[in-house]
Write a protein that binds this ligand. Structure first.
Ligand SMILES: [Zn+2]
Length: 552
């Protein structure tokens, strides 16, 4: 008996020591890299997009009609060619096109930047192509992986995307401390090792690609400070999920004061505003590893804080602004908590959600984010209150001049890649952002989050001559209705036929001057989903069975 007991104890220790990095590493070992690119045309010697209205990403109102001239991978000219409802004077238009896209009456924006993504992995979405095409099919031309997968996988795929060998958005790689097969310095348990690892990681190059920053979670303050400081020495960005296991020692303000660039999710913000607590007063039976408890109880912070408009609330906004922190809320990642039935029945699941991903979403005590064990009206109402306060804070931060970005953290809790990035935009509008401010968050501010820490000028994120030709084009006006950006479009009554019809969806996603038919990319995704259904011998996603004879 005794050796058996010893062995079990050893296994338990090993699991604790490996911590959260382990599952990701095991998952990524089996991730299927995207196939070589077959989609997209270009880049062109001189591509002209004709007659389009532009939302420039900088917050300017809609302008149009304009002709956008692209040479190679760059925008070289954006020329106004008239006024609405007036025939365009052809003699005033730029010429010499080797390829034209007639976008008369359509809408062009900078390609979207989603700054919090993961590439699914085994078992939920084993083929990287699935995520990449869902992103590109929604006009997302840049992603920041926090992380995509393993250190090596991430850099290899980044390199292939950089060279446009695959159909994929740009990939900026943020890695977790200790990641990297070649790192021989052991776990990051002290500031010296933390600094040594950052220097090692910054120096790694695979196929010409290097890392761009660090994804941080809960570290003790001295280690956190070393990681952030050392990252900045190498021009690396930093983003942190200030999880519950570390937030008692480092809330959002503490992290901002030691130089953290981005705060993702909401962790640490409410804790910086408590009026009568220091540590969240969890119920006496709280166990953090019980995800329903963890995600159910965290929302009860909504009325534990100094309220909107209080001196404390305003002081936090002022200081975060002074420290130039970018907030990256990922509201869509939690939105199922306030209405899980709606999330389960989203328009896109039937055609776009892989059965393997659907399996992962089902209530489970081990799949991260699948915490709807016995989710109640009470909990949803707590979350709705939480969202009201969280949104008020984000809106006030934006009004004060703070930057709030768009991202999804998709692949958990019924959130589907691509679609959830658009949902995040809708949530920001609900928070009080004008759609122009939402789109600025999804473009310019996302680009600034990536280039700021490098000390470089942005390369994309606004429609300007000189910028990379990263553009999303849609037939309907997203200012009027952000829903037109969903791949499933929006249902609208056609008054001429008296029938409902679907309209919208991104038509063209242009990255590096290469024009992709966005609808064709989504058709590829639908085929991947059908294929997996065929393999399983099913035609629809499985529903949840009744517990007993009650439902018969
Ligand atoms: Zn995440």
């Amino acid at each position: 008996m005794r050796p058996h007991v010893v062995k079990l104890a050893f296994l338990a220790l090993a699991v604790v020591a490996l911590g959260i990095g382990a599952p990701a590493r095991a998952q990524q070992a089996e991730m299927e890299r995207a196939p070589d690119r077959t989609r997209g045309e270009g880049p062109f010697e001189r591509l002209i997009i004709r007659g389009v209205n532009i939302i420039d990403g900088a917050g300017s109102p809609l302008q149009g009609p304009v002709d956008i001239v692209i040479e190679g991978d760059r925008i070289v000219e954006i020329r106004g060619v008239g006024a609405p409802l007036v025939d365009i004077d052809e003699s005033r238009r730029p010429g010499g096109a080797t390829r034209e896209i007639d976008a008369t009456g359509m809408y062009a924006m900078p390609g979207f930047v989603d700054i919090h993504v993961h590439t699914g992995g085994v078992p939920k979405a084993p083929q990287a192509e699935y995520m990449y095409k869902l992103w590109m099919g929604h006009g997302i031309t840049t992603t920041r992986g926090v992380g995509y997968g393993s250190f090596e996988f991430s850099l290899r795929e980044k390199a292939r995307s950089m060279r446009n060998e695959i159909t994929a958005p740009r990939m900026y790689v943020f890695v977790r401390p200790g990641q990297g097969e070649g790192w021989g310095g052991g776990p990051i348990n002290d500031p010296e090792t933390a600094r040594a690892w950052v220097g090692w990681a910054a120096g790694q190059e695979i196929d010409g690609a290097r890392i761009d920053g660090l994804k941080l979670v809960s570290y003790d303050p001295d280690i956190m400070e070393a990681l952030i400081d050392e990252a900045h020495q190498f021009g690396l960005g930093t983003v942190a999920h200030l999880g519950q296991t570390g937030v008692a020692r480092m809330n959002a303000l503490d992290a901002a004061r030691i130089g953290l660039d981005n705060i993702t999710h909401f962790y640490g913000l409410f804790e910086a505003l408590y009026d009568d607590h220091d540590v969240q007063p969890w119920p006496m039976d709280q166990i953090n590893n019980d995800e329903q408890q963890r995600f159910g109880e965290v929302a009860s912070q909504w009325n534990m804080i100094h309220p909107q408009g209080s001196d404390e609330w305003n002081a936090l906004i002022d200081e975060l602004l002074e420290l130039d922190v970018i907030l990256d809320p990922t509201m869509t990642a939690y939105v199922a908590t306030r209405d899980v039935m709606r999330a389960r029945n989203a328009d896109w699941h039937a055609e776009y959600t892989l059965p393997s991903l659907w399996d992962f979403y089902q209530p489970s005590r081990v799949n991260h984010g699948s915490y709807y064990y016995d989710w109640t009206t009470w909990t949803e109402l707590t979350w709705r209150n939480f969202y009201r306060v969280w949104m008020a804070f984000l809106d006030d931060y934006k009004d004060a001049g703070g930057r709030v970005t768009v991202s999804s953290d998709a692949g958990f809790t019924y959130n589907l890649f691509g679609f959830s990035t658009i949902e995040e935009m809708e949530l920001l509008q609900e928070a009080g952002f004008h759609p122009l401010e939402v789109i600025r968050g999804a473009t310019l501010h996302g680009a600034e989050a990536i280039f700021g820490p490098k000390g470089e000028r942005i390369q994309f994120g606004i429609l300007r001559p000189g910028m990379k030709a990263d553009i999303a084009i849609v037939a309907e006006n997203p200012i009027q209705n952000l829903k037109v950006l969903y791949g499933t479009g929006v249902v609208r009554l056609n008054d001429e036929t008296g029938k409902a019809e679907r309209v919208g969806g991104v038509l063209w996603t242009i990255k590096d001057g290469i024009a992709y038919d966005a609808k064709a990319l989504l058709a590829d995704v639908r085929r991947m989903v059908e294929e997996q259904k065929r393999e399983r011998g099913i035609t629809t996603l499985p529903d949840v069975p009744w517990a007993g004879p009650i439902g018969n």
